[in-house]
Structure formats: structure tokens, C-alpha cells
Design a protein around this ligand. Structure first.
Ligand code: HEM
Length: 390
């Protein structure tokens, strides 16, 4: 048996600018495709990606979740790049403030910050969706929750973006990320102590637990990175996708005004169609035969979340933005299985609050031509001009 293969480099600039035709072609080639340019396999279709993510014993994370050896080696030991029992220990340390019920208590505060951010855009009439609207909510709310001292607060976005570049391959973006990540690690090693952190913040809680012997002090830097790296760019990307697609589909605005209870489904649909993280990887713990491929032990497999979320076998007219899509919440943008996103409830709440604020305060919006953000892993707009109508 011979499985299919493909020469495209998913980290080429042209692919990053518009990956959707390549994903469609890869899905047509089969559920598993050998990516010649990367030396990795890719899981391309919804069922294969979901089943692979759920089978954490065959498809392991402890050899790294990036797309090349350097990125994988750099990540080892992180929550996202660990297997049980280490994974359980790391995840349990960071999870309590991110649990659905705890996040729900933040709703009044997040809604009030969202209302103010949107009001400032309304006063301007025309605004830049990413810097004026998508970034300020996570940068205000999440940075306060994490509670780093000033140098950390100011650099979080830069560090997170670099971490997602290194999550891909060592192209120019991956290489440029190295000193930036070294700076972050140095900051965490020297600047993060109970005295420098905001009392009551997530990071403060972690250092206090270590000081009281409730967690192994060795995991503190990993926990802090868990809060810094995935908490900003992902949500900012999703908000950008919502604004772009809602602005390009005028009936969306009217539907949300008429029925605000659609806001959460609209948040999921924006996350599905945009898929903020294009892919993470796994490695095989044993030889696997799948879709005509004899995959050896230790091979790297890219889980193409973004391709899975456009699989027509699951999402009819997958390229269309439809906030009433009945199965929008089945998307794999948060992953699946034991590594499923730890921060999804917070991200969804932030996006939902912004959607409610926007659709209540803005009669409708018109979007201009977006500029794509060039990042190895994050699928996002760098710029998106918006004009408020009415
Ligand atoms: C729309 C926003 C977000 C998206 C699309 C997203 C996506 C993801 C994905 C795909 C994974 C799974 C990685 C894997 O399968 O290996 C993940 C894991 C994770 N996410 Fe998120 N994320 C978002 C927001 C957040 C936020 C706001 C936080 C923190 C405050 C966060 C923290 C984490 C952590 C700690 C993990 C590692 C979980 C583990 O390995 O057990 N994420 N995220």
C-alpha cells in the first residue's frame, strides 16, 4: 500500500497568506498525507484529526508539538508538550482559575471593559479592528489576571507571537523568534517571584503554591509560560475573524441584534472558520498503519485543525460564515482529548462579550481589505480597516 504525498511547504509565505486551497487539496488527497517539504505526516480530515487527538497513547505530545525537531526540543516539558503523568500535574496546577465556573464570575467585568472599548471605536466612526478592538480586551483583562510586573506585561504579546513562530519550523520567522524567547525565559527565571507579581493573580497563585510546597517549584516557569504564550494572540485572532466575516456578511449583524443569544454560537463559528492555531503536532508511540501509510514509531504528525474545520463532510458549505450553524461548536480549533485548550472558557467569554458590545452599539460595519499577519502558527489579520455604518 502507498499513501499520498504532497510537496507544499505549509510554512511558505504564500500558503500562510491563503492556506485554504492547499488544505482543500490535501483533504482530497486523503486523511493522511506525507508532507515531503517538511518530513512530517499531516492529518487533514476532521475524523482523522479528532480521533488522533483523542488517542493520546498512540499520538503522544512529550516529543514536542511543533513542526520540526528544533521547535519540539525547545518545547519539551511544557504542558502542551508532555504526556501523563507529567501532563496531569502541569495542567492541574494552572487549571483552577480557567475553569468554566470561575471564568463565569468575570463576566460583568469583561462585559464592562468590552463595552468601553467598543464605545471608543464608535466615537471614532472608522477604526482599525485589530489594534483598536481585538487587542485591547485581552491586553487589559488577561494581562491583569496573569499579573506579571511591567516588563512582562509590556512584552507578553511579542513573546507569545515568537513562541507561535517557533511552534512551526526554523524558517526566518522561527529563527527570529529565538532571542525573543530567550528574553522571555530570562524574565521568567529572574523576574517572577511572589514579591513582583500582582497579589491574587494567576501567576502569584502559582508561586505561592510552590512556596507552600503544594506544587513542585520546577513547574513554575512552565505554568507561567502556559499563561503567557497561548492567552493573547489566539483570542485576538478569533475576534479579528469575527469582525471580518460579520462585516462581510451583513445579515449577521441584523441577526445578532435581533437575537443576542446567538453571540456564543457566533464566537464558535468565527473560531471554526478562522482557526486561530493552524496546527500542532504529535509523534507516534508505535508503528501505525493508516490510509495506506506505514508510519514508523517516532514519526511526526501535524494535526491540521484548520483543515479539519473546513471539512465539508462535517461542516456543510464550510467556507461560509453562518452564525446559525447547528454544529459550529464541533470545531477542533481548541483541539480535543487531554490537551484540549485549558483557556477556552475565558476566550469564548471575551469574544462573546465583544460581539454583544459591538452588535449593540454599532448599527452595522463595513470592512476593508485585510492584511494577513505573518506567523508560523497563528492564522490572523494584522490589520483590518472598519467603518461603522448607519
Ligand atoms: C480562541 C482562543 C484560543 C484558541 C483557538 C486556542 C487553541 C488551543 C489549542 C488548539 C490547544 C491544543 C494544543 C494541542 O492539541 O496540543 C490549546 C491548548 C492550550 N491552551 Fe488554548 N487557545 C485559545 C485561548 C487560550 C487562552 C485564553 C488560554 C489561557 C488563558 C489558553 C491556554 C492553553 C493552554 C495552557 C493549553 C495547553 C493545554 C494542555 O496541553 O493540556 N488558550 N489551545
Amino acid at each position: 500500500m502507498n499513501g499520498s504525498s504532497d510537496p507544499v511547504n505549509l510554512y511558505d509565505d504564500d500558503v500562510i497568506r491563503d492556506p485554504w486551497p492547499d488544505y482543500e487539496r490535501l483533504r482530497e488527497l486523503g486523511p493522511v498525507v506525507w508532507m515531503e517539504a517538511l518530513g512530517n505526516y499531516a492529518f487533514t480530515q476532521y475524523d482523522t484529526v479528532r480521533n488522533g487527538l483523542r488517542d493520546h497513547e498512540t499520538y503522544i505530545s512529550s516529543l514536542g508539538a511543533a513542526a520540526d525537531d528544533f521547535g519540539c526540543t525547545h518545547q519539551r516539558g511544557n504542558t502542551v508538550a508532555s504526556d501523563q503523568p507529567r501532563h496531569t500535574m502541569l495542567r492541574e496546577a494552572i487549571l483552577p482559575p480557567l475553569l468554566r465556573d470561575n471564568v463565569a464570575t468575570l463576566r460583568p467585568h469583561i462585559q464592562s471593559v468590552a463595552d468601553d472599548i467598543v464605545a471608543a471605536c464608535v466615537r471614532k466612526g472608522s477604526f482599525e479592528a485589530i489594534t483598536d478592538l481585538a487587542q485591547p480586551l485581552p491586553l487589559t483583562v488577561v494581562r491583569d489576571l496573569i499579573g506579571l510586573p511591567d516588563f512582562g506585561r509590556e512584552n507578553m504579546l511579542k513573546w507569545a507571537s515568537a513562541a507561535f513562530d517557533m511552534q512551526g519550523i526554523q524558517n526566518a520567522r522561527g529563527q527570529a523568534a529565538r532571542p525573543v524567547i530567550a528574553e522571555m525565559k530570562e524574565f521568567i527565571a529572574t523576574g517572577v517571584t511572589p514579591e513582583t507579581l500582582k497579589p491574587g493573580s494567576w501567576s502569584h497563585r502559582i508561586t505561592e503554591m510552590a512556596a507552600h510546597g503544594e506544587i513542585d517549584p520546577e513547574i513554575v516557569p512552565f505554568s507561567i509560560r502556559d499563561y503567557i504564550n497561548p492567552s493573547l494572540d489566539t483570542t485576538i485572532s478569533a475576534i479579528g475573524h469575527f469582525i471580518y466575516h460579520a462585516g462581510s456578511n451583513p445579515d449577521t449583524w441584523a441577526k445578532l441584534k435581533e437575537d443576542p443569544s446567538l453571540a456564543l454560537n457566533a464566537a464558535h463559528e468565527a473560531i471554526r472558520i478562522g482557526t486561530p492555531i493552524r496546527s500542532f503536532s504529535r509523534h507516534t508511540s508505535k508503528p501505525v498503519e493508516i490510509a495506506g501509510h506505514q508510519i514508523p514509531k517516532g514519526a511526526r504528525l501535524m494535526m491540521l485543525y484548520a483543515s479539519a474545520n473546513r471539512d465539508e463532510a462535517v461542516f456543510a458549505q464550510a467556507g461560509q460564515f453562518n452564525i446559525e450553524r447547528r454544529n459550529a461548536r464541533r470545531h477542533l480549533a481548541f483541539g480535543a482529548g487531554i490537551h484540549m485548550c485549558a483557556g477556552m472558557h475565558l476566550a469564548l467569554l471575551e469574544i462573546e462579550c465583544l460581539i454583544l458590545a459591538m452588535t449593540q452599539q454599532m448599527p452595522a460595519v463595513q470592512v476593508g481589505k485585510p492584511t494577513i499577519a505573518m506567523n508560523n502558527s497563528i492564522c490572523a489579520f494584522a490589520k483590518l480597516p472598519v467603518r461603522i455604518q448607519g
